[in-house]
Write a protein that binds this ligand. Structure first.
Ligand SMILES: Cc1ncc(COP(=O)(O)O)c(C=O)c1O
Length: 362
C-alpha cells in the first residue's frame, strides 16, 4: 500500500554532497569552511548547565535575536532564528506558497533544495533561466508576477556560480515583484556587499527576507543554525509556522557566541577569499573557464578537448579528492569546487595536473 501523499510518493529527495566517514579525504564538495569555528563557540557550549538542558530552550531564541539585531543594525522583531538556513526556506514556502498553485519562482540553475521543499509542500515552481553570465534577467520579477508566484528565491552570491548581483538590481526585483523576495545570503560572508540596506525602513520595502547561516562563515555546518532578517510583519508570519522549540539550548548559546566573535570568523573569510583568488588564477592557467566568484567555491569548466568534467570528477574521487558534479543542464560540463586551505587547494591542483597529463599520454 502507498500511504503517503501523491507529491511525496513522486518526490525525488535532495541529494546532499557526500560526507565521507574516513578522515584522509580532501573534502571540497559541500562548501564547508576549512577553518575551525571561533574558540568562544566551544566555550559557550561547555558552559551550558545541566539545568539548562533539563528545561525547554527559550522558544524564540530571544538572546540570539537581540545579538543578531545589534550586529546588523536592526530590531529583534526583524530577526527569526532557525534550525539551519534550510529551515527558513521550508518555513517561507509553508507561509507564502499555496499547495496546488501560486507557488515559488526561482532562477535556473539555483540551490537544488528549493525544488525539493516545494515538492514536499506540493506547490508549483516557476523557473527563469539565468543569462549567459549567470546574471538574473531584468524581467525576472515580471515573469514571476505573470505566473502568479507568491515567493521568489534568489541566492546571492549565486550558487553554484558564485556571482554576486548588485544591490540596485535586487532592489528593482523587490519593487517589481508582487510577493515576498527571499534573498538567500548563505555565502554572503565571503562577498563584498550584502542586502541589509534593503531592510532600511526609509526604502519602504515590506517584502524582503534575507537568509543567513552560521554553517559557512562561522564554520558551524554541524550546529544547524541559521536566521532570517526581514520586515517585522514577515518575521511575525514566519514565527506562526515555527516549531515550538526549533533551535536547541546548545545551538542558541553557540550561535550567540559565534556572532559576538565575528572578528575572529572574519579572519577565516579573508583567508578563503585570498585562496579563492589563487585557485581561480591557477585553474585558469590550466585552461579552465572559471566564473568570477564572491563565494567560498568556484564553478570551473575543464578545458575543451580534454577530460570531461564528469571524468575529472571521478578521477579526483578515486584519489580521495571530493568536489561536486551535477549531470544537469548548463552545469554538466563544470565542477563546483569549495575553496579549501592552501594545502588542500595545492593537493587538488597537483591531482588535476597529474590526471590530465596521464590522460594525455594514455
Ligand atoms: C544556497 C544555500 N542556501 C542555504 C543553505 C542552507 O545552509 P544551512 O541549512 O546549513 O544553514 C545552503 C547550504 O548549503 C546553501 O548552499
Amino acid at each position: 500500500m502507498v500511504y503517503e501523499r501523491d507529491n511525496i510518493h513522486r518526490l525525488t529527495p535532495y541529494t546532499p554532497g557526500e560526507q565521507p566517514l574516513v578522515a584522509d579525504v580532501v573534502k571540497l564538495n559541500t562548501n564547508e569552511n576549512p577553518y575551525p569555528p571561533p574558540r568562544a563557540v566551544l566555550e559557550a557550549i561547555h558552559e551550558v548547565s545541566a539545568d539548562q538542558l533539563r528545561r525547554y530552550p527559550p522558544p524564540t531564541a530571544q538572546q540570539f535575536r537581540e545579538t543578531a539585531a545589534k550586529l546588523h543594525g536592526l530590531s529583534p522583531e526583524q530577526v527569526i532564528a532557525t534550525n539551519g538556513g534550510d529551515e527558513l526556506l521550508r518555513m517561507a514556502i509553508t507561509v507564502y506558497c499555496e499547495p496546488g498553485g501560486r507557488g515559488l519562482g526561482e532562477t535556473y540553475p539555483t540551490y537544488s533544495l528549493y525544488d525539493v521543499l516545494a515538492g514536499i509542500h506540493g506547490t508549483t515552481v516557476s523557473q527563469v533561466p539565468l543569462d549567459e553570465d549567470w546574471s538574473v534577467p531584468e524581467d525576472f520579477a515580471a515573469q514571476l508576477n505573470d505566473r502568479g508566484c507568491r515567493l521568489a528565491l534568489l541566492v546571492n552570491p549565486h550558487a553554484p556560480s558564485g556571482r554576486l548581483e548588485p544591490l540596485d538590481k535586487l532592489e528593482r526585483v523587490a519593487r517589481a515583484f508582487r510577493g515576498v523576495l527571499l534573498i538567500d545570503e548563505a555565502y554572503v560572508d565571503f562577498a563584498e556587499s550584502d542586502a541589509i540596506p534593503l531592510l532600511d525602513p526609509a526604502r519602504g520595502l515590506d517584502n524582503v527576507l534575507l537568509l543567513r547561516t552560521l554553517s559557512k562563515g562561522y564554520s558551524l555546518a554541524g550546529l544547524r543554525f541559521g536566521y532570517g532578517l526581514g520586515h517585522p510583519r514577515i518575521i511575525e508570519a514566519l514565527d506562526k509556522a515555527r516549531d515550538s522549540y526549533n533551535t536547541d539550548v546548545l545551538s542558541q548559546a553557540a550561535a550567540v557566541a559565534a556572532l559576538r566573535s565575528r572578528d575572529e570568523a572574519r579572519e577565516s573569510w579573508k583567508k578563503v577569499i585570498a585562496e579563492r583568488t589563487r585557485l581561480t588564477a591557477a585553474l585558469a592557467a590550466r585552461g579552465f573557464t572559471v566564473a568570477p566568484s564572491q563565494s567560498n567555491f568556484v564553478l570551473a569548466a575543464p578545458p575543451k578537448g580534454g577530460l570531461s568534467a564528469q571524468a575529472l570528477y571521478r578521477a579526483l574521487h578515486d584519489r580521495n579528492i571530493f568536489v561536486r558534479y551535477w549531470d544537469a543542464p548548463r552545469i554538466h560540463d563544470r565542477l563546483r569546487i569549495t575553496v579549501g586551505t592552501p594545502e588542500q587547494n595545492d593537493a587538488l591542483l597537483a591531482a588535476i595536473a597529474d590526471i590530465t597529463s596521464a590522460a594525455r599520454s594514455a
